[in-house]
Design a protein around this ligand. Structure first.
Ligand SMILES: [Zn+2]
Length: 545
């Protein structure tokens, strides 16, 4: 069986394990050692023990590729995926868990294109393609299948014994250390994404197996609507990757809100936090009514838009991004650009396209309307693609997706330009709604960003870190509302009461219940304690047209 020049499959597995341990885990070892510092003899021995444990885990994992026809193809796929994973971990400081896999599957082709950089291709060729070619060129000898299974079983027993033996003197250190630094598990490649894909697939299959559960079936318009004859319109704007820290409305030193900061009647909440650190968590959470604690269990259940529709509102979702993460299932939707882009097509759809044709949509609504605008906002890393050239207020702006080619200050400049543009789009929208109010259509607007962003603080970029470890900049988000004078009168909202309470802590948990509260929709799904309008109703007043 064994020719002179071939190597045994177990030797190949040992080599592959060492290669993965070193080549794809630079960030793991770097963070591991710096979290452990200062290094004394005990810490150095712990590092050596962890190197053996890491090797043992990888060798156990690769032993699963036992049938001969599985070894080379399987490891090739892992080499390519690991090269890409290592790039994103090293370049952007991301970690990989089930939520990250969900973000990847929800990303549209245009966003994926932004992530393709020369350096990523270098990673894939250098750490993926070349080692794979070497592997395929290597003559490997295999035992007959059952003989091999028996050998691998014995080898696995030895590896497990080795791991236990090596860890034994460090049980206390390892337990407390990894409890404090759980994030390290999510950058240990490839076990991070293998376990993430398994837990994501399990969750998705479970959600698919369940029929969509009805929710808030008793929804109806309550007393403020009793004597109202004229229509109303509410626009809910879901922002993208806008962080509160860079809003001048929130005290940022740069003038990133030149228009909104002068807008009469605008209410800005200074202490608003998101539900998640990525679109795929925050958007379902906002519309679920279950808040941060329970939104995962609400997967496959109807949400805010279904309840509003049931209560008699015309609902429309206008999309300028990858999709609505399931919250607009069964609701009228319209893509204004982002969602229709094709793979590798560079055309960007600026967010003002969300306002194009909006007048017609409003006129076409038969009764009271709710329109959701899903912005592209400040989606990174290609911030410079998110705003038209006229909005490049801060210079020099980073014009690269690969952050290592830009100074942090340039990255912040291009990010701030996206906020200036968002400021413009929202101000245009309010102007349009104010005009409709003057024409006799009471209007309201609420804007909530889905999550924040890291701009290089602590060498972290983008977003999506697990909530418990994520810095405040990924969670503290802008939330603002504007209510037309006629709407305040019709729906009995005391705006000065809202204004007084704008420094109180609020979150995405308030969104669902506050929309129902503003529109006075009663249902068992509504919790008055989370409704920002509950304490700010004004006394009934005669209708003044
Ligand atoms: Zn997002």
């Amino acid at each position: 069986m064994t020719s002179k020049t071939s190597i045994r499959s177990e030797i190949a597995i040992v080599c592959v394990s060492v290669f993965f341990l070193v080549a794809f885990n630079a960030a793991f070892w770097h963070q591991f050692v710096s979290a452990l510092a200062p290094l004394d003899t005990h810490e150095r021995l712990f590092i050596a023990a962890m190197a053996i444990v890491g090797f043992g885990l990888l060798a156990l994992f690769f032993s699963l590729f036992t049938p001969r026809y599985l070894l080379k193809p399987g490891i090739t796929v892992l080499l390519l995926l690991s090269a890409a994973a290592a790039y994103f971990i090293n370049e952007y400081g991301i970690v990989i868990d089930a939520d990250m896999i969900r973000n990847v599957t929800n990303t549209n082709p245009g966003e994926t294109y932004d992530l393709l950089t020369g350096k990523l291709i270098l990673y894939i060729v250098g750490l993926g393609v070349l080692p794979a070619l070497l592997l395929w060129a290597l003559p490997i000898s295999y035992r007959p299948f059952w003989q091999d299974v028996w050998f691998k079983t014995k080898a696995a027993a030895v590896l497990v014994a080795l791991i236990v033996l090596v860890l034994l003197p460090f049980t206390g250190t390892a337990m407390s250390f990894f409890r404090e630094n759980r994030v390290l598990m999510r950058i240990f490649t490839p076990l991070n994404y293998v376990s993430a894909i398994i837990s994501y697939s399990r969750g998705t299959l479970e959600a698919k197996a369940r029929a969509p559960r009805p929710y808030g079936q008793d929804a109806h318009k309550a007393e403020v609507w009793a004597e109202r004859k004229r229509k109303t319109l509410t626009v809910l704007v879901i922002g993208e990757t806008a962080r509160a820290k860079n809003f001048s409305l929130n005290g940022y030193a740069r003038e990133t809100n030149p228009l909104l900061s002068k807008m009469p009647g605008l209410i800005y909440y200074t202490q608003a936090h998101s539900c998640g650190t990525a679109t795929a968590q925050s958007v379902p959470c906002m519309f679920s009514g279950q808040g941060r604690a329970g939104y995962r269990q609400a997967a496959g259940q109807e949400g805010l838009l279904h309840i509003l529709q049931r209560a008699g509102f015309s609902v429309l979702w206008r999309e300028n991004q990858g999709g609505c993460a399931g919250v607009c299932k069964g609701i009228a939707t319209e893509a204004v650009g982002g969602a229709t882009r094709k793979l590798f097509e560079l055309a960007e759809s600026p967010d003002e396209n969300l306002l194009a044709g909006l007048q017609d949509r409003i006129d076409a609504m038969p009764g009271d309307g709710v329109i959701v605008l899903h912005m592209m906002g400040s989606h990174g890393p290609a911030y410079y693609k998110r705003y038209p050239a006229a909005f490049e207020r801060f210079r020099p702006a980073c014009k690269e997706s690969q952050f290592s080619r830009c100074q942090d200050a340039e990255i912040v400049n291009s990010y701030d330009n996206t906020i200036v543009y968002t400021d413009y789009v929202l101000a245009q929208l309010i102007a349009l709604l104010a005009e409709r109010d003057r024409q006799g259509l009471p209007t309201a607007m609420m804007y909530f960003s889905d999550h924040g962003e890291s701009l290089g603080e602590g060498n972290v970029y983008l977003h999506g870190l697990p909530y418990a470890f994520a810095p405040d900049v990924q969670k503290h988000v802008p939330f603002l509302m504007w209510l037309s004078p006629k709407l305040q009168a019709d729906l009995r909202v005391n705006a000065s009461c809202l204004e007084r309470r704008r420094h109180e802590p609020v979150s995405h948990d308030n969104f669902f219940h506050s929309v129902l509260g503003l529109l006075d929709v009663k249902t068992s799904a509504y919790e008055p304690g989370l409704d920002l309008f509950a304490a700010c109703r004004s006394a009934p007043a005669p209708v003044d047209d």
